[in-house]
Design a protein around this ligand. Structure first.
Ligand SMILES: [Ca+2]
Ligand SMILES: [Ca+2]
Ligand SMILES: [Ca+2]
Length: 206
């Protein structure tokens, strides 16, 4: 009976810590993001076949697929229109447009997703937003960056998701992705500490 009460107490403590955090944490620095998540899977598009044309509706990477509502995706191994690889030689490009979506669908549930966004918003006024199937919403980038700009965006959700949908509001806007980090972030240190304390108390009581 005492043990059951202890378990309940630990669960309540962990829940109290979780309830304080927001549903979504975003990052604009890759190092900050990776420090928060711990090791993640990486995709830099180096193993995919470069078609050097924005003519594809579907791109398949080892852990995810990317689709576009206007079917203007491509894998490039050479810079084009201010877009270029930020790792290796290859990157994913999307010749987007107003209200066009770019969708990443992962093969496994994840809670962490980060990437370099290249040459977004150098055309006209607008923004790029993201929603996922955990119900999170975020503004990924707004216009104003110069030709060839690089912006980092990372998010850690409190919930697991498999789909992330980007919506762009700028006419004729092309942008690229590289250095995709994705996977499951390790629990926060405070939560780990409480779980460890709970296990310790239970062991002592046995
Ligand atoms: Ca690359
Ligand atoms: Ca450009
Ligand atoms: Ca652009």
């Amino acid at each position: 009976m005492k043990r059951a009460i202890l378990v309940l107490a630990v669960v309540v403590m962990v829940f109290a810590v979780s309830a304080e955090s927001v549903a979504l944490t975003t990052f604009n620095d890759e190092l900050d993001f990776l420090n928060a998540t711990g090791p993640l899977s990486f995709e830099g598009f180096e193993g995919l076949t470069a078609n050097n044309s924005v003519s594809l509706g579907l791109i398949t990477a080892p852990d995810f697929v990317v689709t576009a509502s206007n079917s203007k995706l491509g894998i490039f191994d050479t810079p084009i229109g201010g877009m270029f690889a930020t790792e290796g030689f290859q990157f994913l490009a999307h010749q987007s447009g107003r209200d066009v979506t770019t969708t990443f669908t992962f093969d496994f549930e994840i809670n962490s997703f980060g990437f370099d966004l290249i040459d977004y918003g150098d055309n006209e006024i607008g923004q790029l937003t993201l929603v996922n199937d955990a119900g999170d919403n975020a503004v990924v980038a707004v216009s104003g960056g110069g030709h060839g700009n690089i912006q980092y965006f990372g998010l850690i959700s409190d919930y697991m998701f498999t789909t992330a949908i980007f919506t762009n509001t700028i006419d004729g806007e092309a942008f690229g992705f590289d250095k995709i980090n994705h996977g499951v972030a390790v629990p926060e240190p405070a939560t780990l500490c409480l779980l460890g304390l709970g296990a310790f108390v239970l062991r002592r009581k046995r």
